[in-house]
Design a protein around this ligand. Structure first.
Ligand code: AMP
Ligand code: GLY
Length: 423
């Protein structure tokens, strides 16, 4: 089977590594890919939003399965373009990817189908938003409706900040058209858990849980980032939490999408908050998490291609999804200054060390080749991942492995997985 993966980050590297393990994989391509993905796949210089070029490439290279990893092309309708051309594709169509593409849509869906989430209102008029805020309780959360690289969420401690937030999102258009509409929602507290799942339009099978660390600095300080590290499973995702979500969240979401005439096929990522009043949905994503995929996929026992084909064919009910009874931790090595400003182009040393150790992975997020040399090419550079028999061992292994690789301005959080100690 010839496979084309669309994307260029650590998530796509983790997907490529899983695909490469499948005995069914023949040629693997990745568009545009990166220096690490090049170990498993032939990287082709086509951008993830160049739909026509991707379709033509898939046709010319007899692609049997295309896997879309990233949110932008999913929300933009790449799956529809490929399927119309007869190319089997893993991922939701545009009318289902809206689950991630519009927060106003997903909040309305949850309200209509009684899926637990924070209380909220949607606004298209900034004046109405401010009027609402004038009598609201603080802190409060403002969210740009559309995709904003994970940065369109503002937690405002008082009216002053919230008014400035409305201006930023709706008037200054800091996140572009993503801010044409806005959700204002109740501030919740609790632990966050990410649960990824495979969905075939009607059946859902959840994967092992994970937890992300979104802030740039130790102790969850500093700016929000794409994710500075993850661990899996989450010790806070108890049997009780799982049973609650199975009853009120997972199947309910899949059924709601089907009932709306938007059957979802692909990965639904549930961002959950475990509040005092029970688990609530913070957000949905329509794809694997990054860096959640880096700790979840290496622990999956199934052939990823078989699972993805079952999602496309509507036969997921016949798949017995299984994960190893161990743990994994991913520590992101970033460029000093991320997520604001940082330098790129520095040589990376020590990557070969990962080949010598079973259960260790170095997923590339922002790298490229400069001649034969792998150099830094982004804010998040590498996701150093290790397995262990439990979370503590996996964390110790991952941090030990962060010492194997070096590049100028290497920065990492030192407390990834610290919450494990409180479990
Ligand atoms: P989202 O993109 O919706 O997941 O939001 C990004 C992050 O903002 C989440 O991971 C939470 O840490 C935080 N957040 C989002 N919504 C809320 C909320 N209603 N209450 C508290 N924190 C929130
Ligand atoms: N790690 C969070 C996300 O992928 O959106």
């Amino acid at each position: 089977m010839n496979v084309l993966i669309v994307g260029s980050g650590g998530r796509e590297h983790a997907i490529a590594a899983s695909v490469a393990k499948s005995p069914r994989a023949d040629k693997i391509f990745c568009a545009p890919g990166n220096a690490g993905i090049a170990e498993y796949a032939q990287c082709v210089p086509i951008g993830a939003m160049e739909f026509d070029k991707l379709r033509d490439f898939a046709k010319e290279n007899a692609i049997d399965l295309c896997i879309v990893g990233m949110d932008d092309p999913l929300v933009g309708g790449l799956v529809d373009v490929l399927e119309e051309a007869g190319i089997r594709t893993f991922g939701p169509k545009k009318n289902a990817a809206i689950l991630e593409g519009s927060k106003a849509f997903s909040k309305d869906l949850m309200k209509k189908y009684n899926i637990p989430t924070a209380a909220y209102e949607n606004f298209t008029d900034p004046k109405a938003a401010v009027a609402y805020l004038e009598t609201a309780k603080f802190p409060i959360v403002l969210k740009a409706d559309g995709l904003a690289l994970g940065k369109g969420v503002l937690i405002c401690k008082d009216l002053e900040e919230a008014k400035a937030g409305v201006k930023e999102i709706m008037l200054d258009k800091k996140f572009g058209t993503a801010g044409n509409e806005m959700v204002i929602e109740e501030f919740m507290t609790g632990r966050e858990v990410s649960v990824l799942s495979f969905v075939d339009g009607k059946t859902i099978k959840t994967m092992t849980s994970a937890q992300d660390h979104k802030r740039a600095g130790d102790g969850d300080t500093g700016l929000n980032t794409g994710g500075m590290g993850t661990f899996s499973p989450s010790p806070f995702y108890t049997k009780e939490v799982e049973e609650f979500c199975e009853k009120y969240v997972y199947q309910a979401t899949v059924d709601a999408m089907a009932a709306e005439g938007r059957p979802f096929k692909g990965v639904i990522f549930f961002g959950l908050m475990l509040t005092e009043d029970g688990p609530k949905v913070l957000e949905y994503n329509a794809r694997f998490g990054d860096p959640e995929a880096q700790v979840v996929l290496p622990r999956m026992k199934n052939d990823i291609l078989e699972v993805m084909e079952a999602c496309i064919d509507g036969t997921l009910d016949q798949v017995d999804l299984q994960f190893e009874d161990n743990a994994a931790v991913c520590v992101v090595l970033a460029s000093e200054g991320y997520p604001v400003s940082y330098e790129k182009g520095f040589p990376i040393t020590g990557l070969e060390e990962f080949k010598k150790h079973e259960g260790y992975y170095c997923f590339h997020a922002g790298t490229k080749f400069n001649g034969d040399q792998v150099v830094t090419n982004g804010g998040r550079v590498l996701g150093v991942t290790a397995k262990g028999k439990d979370l503590k061992e996996a964390r110790a292994n991952a941090y030990a492995a962060t010492e194997w690789v070096n590049f100028k301005n290497k920065y990492m959080r030192r407390d990834i997985g610290k919450a494990i100690d409180e479990a």
